[in-house]
Design a protein around this ligand. Structure first.
Ligand SMILES: NC(=O)c1ccc[n+]([C@@H]2O[C@H](COP(=O)([O-])OP(=O)(O)OC[C@H]3O[C@@H](n4cnc5c(N)ncnc54)[C@H](OP(=O)(O)O)[C@@H]3O)[C@@H](O)[C@H]2O)c1
Length: 270
């Protein structure tokens, strides 16, 4: 076990969902946290929960798509917490819908938040992480194809490749790199998919955060759920059901999902 007590952790997207779950799990182990996200009210609510646990939380309202945001977050953490031991690259947005429905600006925005920002933050924090630090990367819920969420899937696959590759750079210099593949979780991100439908059972973000932090504490390099965890070392050939594909398609368009699944010839095999 690697003690987390007294460590300073940045959690991007710490104001909601899985990021909140990770923040609370870290605080329960005695870590201090910097919560980052755009909404000050969401950050303040999680900081208040942490105060009630007698933990230490600071927060920075920041849009990680802005050019100077990553430097701002790293600098603020050094100033407010005194250093960085753990970086949790968790913030991300789901971009669902047909690829041709995405505007070029949206593509840049999604890639910037989901992929460029984690890489930039890691680069900036790396010198400090080399002093026995940990890096946590939250990727997609599986390594499977995600039809009608190809932009999201591409950024998350990139993040997974980043974590897996950086593990080799981190190991010789004492940086633990953990890549997490959470299951479908009940958060704001999945709310449009799940609304009013029995999509599939979604996990509790607090439970997910706890399990991810346990994996970090145990020194693991990967934490995954379901088929991914059983087959993560091999080539995954997993396909969503037609109904799930239909729902993903409809999040990006105004059409209602069909009960019988997608009619598109591009639908994945069930
Ligand atoms: N839920 C799932 O089923 C699932 C499964 C696998 C992986 N994941 C991944 O888990 C991570 C967390 O997602 P979640 O499910 O917990 O959803 P969530 O509650 O929507 O969390 C996303 C977080 O990212 C922050 N964020 C979004 N845009 C931002 C920006 N431009 N700058 C800074 N922060 C920004 C949001 O805060 P603000 O809106 O205040 O900025 C929010 O706190 C994501 O990377 C997601 O891809 C989720």
């Amino acid at each position: 076990m690697r003690a987390l007590s007294g460590k300073n952790a940045i959690i991007t997207g710490g104001g909601s969902g899985i990021g909140r779950g990770i923040a609370l799990a870290l605080v329960r182990r005695g870590a201090n946290v910097m919560l980052a996200g755009r909404r000050p009210d969401a950050l303040a609510a999680v900081a208040a929960e942490i105060d009630a646990l007698n933990g230490r939380a600071v927060a920075l309202a920041v849009d990680l798509r802005e050019v100077t945001a990553c430097e701002q977050l790293i600098d603020a953490t050094r100033t407010m917490l005194g250093g960085i031991d753990i970086l949790v690259n968790n913030a991300g947005v789901l971009a669902a819908g047909r690829l041709d429905e995405h505007a070029v600006d949206d593509i840049h925005a999604v890639v910037t938040l989901n992929l460029t920002a984690p890489i930039s933050l890691t680069r900036l924090a790396w010198p400090e992480l080399m002093a026995a630090g940990r890096l946590m990367v939250v990727s997609a819920m599986s390594k499977a194809p995600l039809p009608y969420a190809s932009l999201y899937a591409a950024t998350k696959a990139g993040l997974a490749a980043f974590g897996a590759s950086l593990w080799y750079e981190g190991a010789p210099v004492g940086v633990q790199v953990l890549t997490a593949f959470p299951p479908g979780t009940a958060t704001e991100l999945t709310a449009p998919l799940a609304a009013g439908r029995r999509f599939y059972r979604l996990a509790n973000p607090l439970v997910v955060g706890e399990r991810i932090v346990s994996a970090l504490e145990a020194g693991r390099t990967e934490v995954a759920w379901g088929p991914v965890s059983r087959r993560s070392r091999g080539c995954i050939e997993l396909h969503l059901t037609p109904r799930a594909v239909s729902w993903l398609r409809c999040v990006g368009s105004s059409a209602k999902p069909t009960e019988s699944g997608p009619s598109s010839e591009h639908a994945a095999r069930g």
